[in-house]
Write a protein that binds this ligand. Structure first.
Ligand SMILES: [Zn+2]
Length: 340
């Protein structure tokens, strides 16, 4: 009987541990609504008109990110492409580089990708690679690699959040089959990472994928829908959201581009805050330039993140342990029908 009590105690202990893992016990003590597992990524949509006409608004955005990086636990800053309006304008590249250097100086992880306006002619990404080349990123702990080799035309990066590992794939405007083949080979090396795809053109205002969007969807997102939970794009002026379910996995796909607003975009950016314990990502559209939030339904919303961060890392054990514990309790009761 003693050994049965011991086994029951161990099983009960395991059951409690799997239901209430250590991190949730620790964080439940915290009074803050923003706990140690929560984290944010920041999205900078098309900045091309700022680089041309309003560099101060671009700088205001990156300065705000730097100033709030600790409070929001910003783990990564992403750009949706079209850093500049004219790929051959050195002054616009200088402006973009100056604004983004604030992130560099703040120590926040960041990367970029080429939109259509980065090209200074057919296939010419010389200026892009001069100002945002692989040499700027290759020494960073969060930089995974790039394609084609020696360029920063496409790249992948790492970040950690909520005790999980994430991968970001930044695809150039209209990535070729070769780019997607590189990404397929790369992602296969990180089967347990959650994946975010960022590319310039993907969704239209009607929420339908463009032809290029479908190219990426069919050749990268769908084959890895167990990992890819978020696709972000700009290019088309406005906002649109869609969520598809592939083999039970939700894939959220979001367009944001504010360049039609006054002053080339009025400084609007997006804050994605991940709340692992609530299994939610809360998206906010904010302008540090206006000090204002855009709160309509397609600018501020919550995404389900059930397949993003496993809340109970040992969930696979919970059910068998629960059944075993209950079975053992019943078995003991049957052996001693009149406990004294
Ligand atoms: Zn564009």
């Amino acid at each position: 009987m003693k050994s049965q009590s011991l086994v029951t105690a161990i099983l009960l202990g395991l059951l409690l541990f799997t239901l209430f893992p250590l991190n949730s016990l620790i964080t439940s003590v915290s009074c803050s609504s923003f706990d140690s597992l929560d984290f944010s990524i920041i999205i900078l949509p098309d900045t091309q008109y700022y680089s041309r006409d309003h560099p101060e608004i671009f700088t205001n955005q990156t300065q705000w990110v730097a100033d709030n990086a600790v409070d929001l636990n910003v783990v990564f800053v992403l750009h949706l492409g079209d850093l500049v309006e004219n790929g051959d304008s050195v002054s616009q590249w200088e402006n973009a580089a100056k604004s983004m250097s604030i992130l560099e100086d703040s120590g926040v992880s960041w990367e970029v990708l080429p939109g259509n306006h980065e090209f200074a002619g057919d296939e010419n990404l010389v200026n892009y690679n001069n100002y945002f080349g692989v040499g700027n990123f290759s020494g960073k702990s969060w930089f995974g690699g790039s394609y084609p080799s020696g360029t920063n035309n496409n790249n992948f990066c790492f970040f950690s959040g909520g005790e999980n590992e994430f991968l970001i794939f930044n695809f150039q405007y209209q990535p070729s089959d070769a780019v997607l083949a590189w990404a397929n080979t790369t992602v296969a090396q990180y089967p347990s990472s959650r994946v975010i795809v960022v590319t310039h053109e993907y969704l239209g205002l009607d929420g339908e994928r463009t032809e290029e969007g479908n190219h990426i969807w069919n050749n990268f997102v769908v084959p890895h829908a167990d990992q890819v939970f978020l696709v972000l794009c700009g290019h088309i002026h406005g906002e649109a959201n869609r969520t598809d379910v592939v083999n039970g996995h939700q894939v959220h796909q979001l367009l944001s581009d504010y360049q039609d607003s006054e002053n080339g975009g009025n400084g609007w950016l997006r804050i994605f805050t991940f709340y692992p314990q609530e299994e939610e990502i809360r998206v906010k559209t904010f302008s540090p330039y206006l000090n204002s939030y855009e709160t309509d339904a397609n600018s501020q919303f919550t995404l389900s993140a059930t397949n993003v961060i496993p809340e109970f890392p040992f969930l696979g054990f919970t059910l068998p342990i629960a059944i075993a514990t209950i079975a053992l309790i019943f078995y003991r009761k049957k052996l001693s029908p009149n406990p004294k």
